[in-house]
Design a protein. Structure first.
Length: 217
């Protein structure tokens, strides 16, 4: 499973990248709005830190507008993947962009039928938003299960990018189902490392080592 960070914060991205296990970054207009600086400079800065896909979202909702923005974003850096919303015009744009070799990430997906459309349009990634379905008393992870089955049934190459992940269990569940990628806030990435028994066990080892350290050599 690939790990992406869902943030536009360069400090968080640098911190995760320094671990050597960061595979990419996803951004969206909300995440960008939380940071200082110009959008395109921000994206180039992220691409210089991350050796992998960086998703940047268009804000147009018509075909021509999305295509114009997509070309501008894709020209910024080879790592850019253009995030296109799950709209009728959006799928037209994804089809056109994929035929040009521009990689895409279909966003705002909440159903298996939308995932089927994204794959047929040739999306590189499709992003089901798990947490937002949970927020309205649905079971977001069930959508990932259905999409995995459908994509495997037909050999679609579109990768499932589990998004809107809110806690480590979401990441583990997505991995068990076989999502290709999990994108998560830095907080969730950091939480993946923690277990109280690790802390307790380490402390016990260190305490016991104190008793024998004079006999090491
Ligand atoms: O980037 C898309 C998605 O991960 C957003 O997550 O927490 O705003 O629902 P959230």
């Amino acid at each position: 499973m690939k790990f992406f960070l869902d943030t536009a914060n360069l400090d968080e991205i640098k911190q995760a990248a320094s671990m050597g296990i960061l595979d990419g970054v996803t951004t969206n207009p909300t995440l960008v709005s939380r940071e200082q600086g110009k959008f395109k400079d921000m994206l180039v800065g992220i691409c210089e830190v991350v050796n992998g896909p960086v998703s940047a979202e268009v804000v147009s909702t018509d075909f021509d507008g999305m295509m114009k923005e997509a070309h501008e974003l894709a020209a910024l850096h080879p790592n850019i993947h253009v995030k296109i919303p799950m709209l009728r015009e959006g799928m037209k744009a994804v089809k056109a962009l994929s035929s040009e070799g521009i990689r895409t990430n279909v966003t705002l997906c909440f159903s298996a039928s939308q995932a089927l459309l994204a794959a047929k349009a040739g999306a590189t990634f499709m992003s089901p938003f798990v947490g937002r379905v949970d927020d309205i008393s649905g079971v977001g992870m069930d959508i990932i299960t259905d999409i995995r089955t459908i994509y495997d049934n037909y050999g679609f190459e579109t990768e499932i990018l589990a998004a809107s992940l809110r806690h480590p269990v979401h990441v583990v569940e997505a991995a068990l189902i076989g999502a290709d990628i999990a994108t998560m806030p830095y907080k969730v990435f950091d939480q993946l490392f923690d277990h109280p028994l690790t802390d307790i066990g380490l402390q016990r080892f260190l305490d016991d080592w104190e008793k024998v350290k004079d006999r090491v050599s």
